[in-house]
Design a protein around this ligand. Structure first.
Ligand SMILES: NC(=O)C1=CN([C@@H]2O[C@H](COP(=O)(O)OP(=O)(O)OC[C@H]3O[C@@H](n4cnc5c(N)ncnc54)[C@H](O)[C@@H]3O)[C@@H](O)[C@H]2O)C=CC1
Ligand SMILES: O=C(O)C(=O)Cc1ccc(O)cc1
Length: 302
């Protein structure tokens, strides 16, 4: 049996449109309604044809939904939730896909004090945004972390787990604060480092921009991909996961200082030991089948 019959997606960008496409592919009888605050995005989503209905208002989009997923930047979650408050059916489950969880949960709870809320975060994405960027296989073999608070009914968590599993994801339940710390090290600080290194390269006076482009080796190119990610989304992630990001950054800058010292004093052993440990981590990721660069990953499933 399908976990939901009428799904509403608010925010029709990369993640919202990927969920809609994936529902169409994996649960074709489920009706998917969408809404986006931007009329141009609504028109583009309608033309792309991955929804059954596009509603002009947030309220109209949820009127008979049994699952509502908020797919907007984390700083807009509170406003998106407030916009559906008056029309949300009392038995609907509300979820989200935000990349940080603790502050989003607080915003959703404030806007929807009576609703059943089961927050989520599919750990899958790209540097692209907008409805054209989505694809149905985005969640195949990727983790989706659910962070229900203690008051969430177990049945609601079970249904949302079944929903994500039907889209091809593996589901894990996690405490929201722990999620925010884990993602700070695995996703948020790496993005910050990419934004920094690409910014530093573009600010160098002795090296021209065309030299940076012409001679960019693999490592720098990988950083530029990540540093091309959506500015609104990432601004919001850093402002909303402030504590965990600052904690990890403190540790990171101490470790960077230690490496700086090793280079200054010609301490090759320290460099070699670290590079050996990090190589083992990369090999562990590949062994677990989590390597995005393998040719059969992501879009190749479509
Ligand atoms: N991009 C990625 O790789 C991933 C993103 N996420 C999370 O997914 C969420 C959405 O990200 P993307 O789809 O990448 O962004 P996107 O920029 O592609 O789409 C976001 C959409 O939300 C709309 N929007 C903004 N405020 C709104 C509001 N109040 N009401 C209705 N619509 C509103 C925008 O007009 C835009 O079309 C974010 O919270 C992000 O943290 C989660 C996993 C991966
Ligand atoms: O494109 C990449 O490398 C990503 O890291 C995608 C991504 C971005 C944000 C998330 O919250 C989860 C995954």
């Amino acid at each position: 049996m399908l976990p939901f019959a009428r799904v509403t997606i608010i925010g029709l960008g990369l993640i919202g449109s990927s969920i809609a496409r994936a529902v169409r592919q994996h649960m074709p009888t489920v009706r998917v309604t969408g809404h986006d605050a931007d009329p141009d995005v609504r028109a583009r989503a309608e033309a792309l044809g991955f929804l059954d209905d596009v509603a002009d208002t947030a309220g109209a989009s949820v009127i008979d939904a049994d699952l509502v997923i908020l797919c907007v930047p984390v700083g807009a979650m509170g406003a998106a939730a407030a916009a559906i408050a008056a029309d949300l059916p009392h038995d609907a489950i509300v979820s989200d896909v935000g990349g940080s969880k603790a502050s989003v949960i607080e915003a959703l709870r404030t806007a929807l004090p009576q609703a059943t809320i089961v927050p989520g975060h599919p750990v899958a994405g790209t540097e692209h945004s907008g409805p054209e960027a989505g694809f149905a296989s985005l969640f195949h073999g990727r983790w989706c972390i659910l962070t229900p608070t203690d008051d969430a009914p177990e049945a609601a968590v079970v249904r949302l787990r079944a929903f994500w599993e039907a889209l091809g994801a593996n589901v894990e339940i996690m405490d929201p604060r722990h999620h925010d710390l884990v993602l700070a090290i695995t996703s948020h600080v790496p993005h910050l480092i990419a934004y920094t290194i690409v910014g530093t390269a573009s600010d160098l006076e002795e090296v021209t921009r065309s030299e940076v482009i012409k001679y960019s080796a693999g490592g720098f190119r990988d950083f530029t991909r990540i540093a091309a990610s959506d500015p609104t989304m990432w601004r919001d992630v850093f402002l909303n996961n402030r504590e965990a990001v600052l904690e990890i950054l403190q540790r990171f800058s101490e470790d960077l200082t230690a490496l700086q010292r090793a280079i200054r004093w010609g301490d090759g052993d320290t460099l070699f030991d670290l590079f050996s440990r990090t190589r083992a981590i990369r090999r562990g990721i590949i062994e677990q089948g989590q390597d995005d660069s393998r040719p059969d990953f992501g879009r190749a499933h479509e």
